[in-house]
Write a protein that binds this ligand. Structure first.
Ligand code: ADP
Ligand code: ADP
Length: 228
């Protein structure tokens, strides 16, 4: 479970990105985070994996108090949380297989386990046949599937996605959404910031709308609710 209690984030330049966010996301939920550009969606997600720290307030992920977490324990948090981004963030000099394995090497998993699990997640994202190619030989959708495989390889209970379909054409985006839904159906909590109105209004889930750093709407089977 993810819990934020009265969370505020002011960046060093004085920008108030979040103002008093209180929210609970239960294990197994699928949540869209929507809102205008600059509303605070990315900041909201970054706080959950401690890419950023709150100015005030408390955040818990699976009972881990992020504020109290020591720097050297952050890799331990990252086993509970996988993250995917709009621009994929794959390592260009590593093959698909190596990109995915790398996430397990970082947490010092045993070699045999790495080999087995990498094989499994590449099957899950249907890229076994591309295991030995480099990211620049893949389409955008394939690159995002590699990024998803990498995010899942350590069996996190939470998958965070910041505009995962932002660089993809509509058809490819639907493929990625089906994959995220399948992952969610296996019990993984998914929190996804998105501007994709069609996806939010078709694949109906909980919608949290953020505007100007505040939650202005939180509906169980919500709608996108903006014109663009
Ligand atoms: P969104 O994801 O909804 O577009 P962000 O969380 O990226 O919103 O940004 C929220 C606000 O915080 C914006 O005004 C943005 O310019 C500002 N902001 C984001 N990151 C930083 C940063 N590292 N330093 C200063 N201001 C930032
Ligand atoms: P196992 O039973 O082998 O432990 P689970 O199906 O319980 O595997 O999934 C554990 C984690 O592995 C999930 O949280 C997810 O990250 C990932 N995972 C494994 N298989 C799938 C799948 N088919 N779809 C989505 N996620 C999967």
């Amino acid at each position: 479970m993810i819990e934020m209690i009265d969370v505020w984030k002011t960046y060093p330049n004085g920008t108030h990105a979040l103002r008093g966010i209180t929210v609970r996301i239960k294990k197994g939920e699928f949540v869209y985070v929507v809102g205008p550009s600059g509303a605070g969606k990315s900041t909201f997600i970054k706080l959950m994996y401690r890419e950023e720290r709150p100015t005030k307030g408390q955040i818990f992920v699976n009972g881990i108090n992020l504020e109290a977490l020591r720097e050297r324990r952050i890799p331990y948090l990252r086993r509970h949380i996988g993250v995917v981004f709009q621009d994929f963030k794959l390592l260009p000099k590593l093959t698909v297989r190596e990109n995915v394995a790398f996430a397990m090497e970082v947490v010092e998993a045993p070699r045999r386990q790495i080999r087995q699990r990498v094989k499994e997640v590449l099957e899950l994202v249907k890229l076994s046949h591309k295991a030995d190619v480099y990211p620049d030989e893949l389409s955008g959708g394939e690159q995002q599937r590699v990024a998803i495989a990498r995010a899942l390889v350590n069996r996190p209970s939470v998958l965070l996605a910041d505009e995962p379909t932002g660089n993809l054409d509509p058809e490819t985006s639907w493929g990625i959404m089906q994959l995220l839904e399948e992952i969610n159906n296996h019990g993984t909590t998914v929190v996804m910031a998105t501007h994709n109105r069609e996806i939010v209004n078709t694949m109906r889930k909980r919608v949290i709308a953020i505007e100007n750093g505040e939650i202005v709407r939180d509906e169980q089977r919500g709608e996108y609710g903006y014109e663009t």
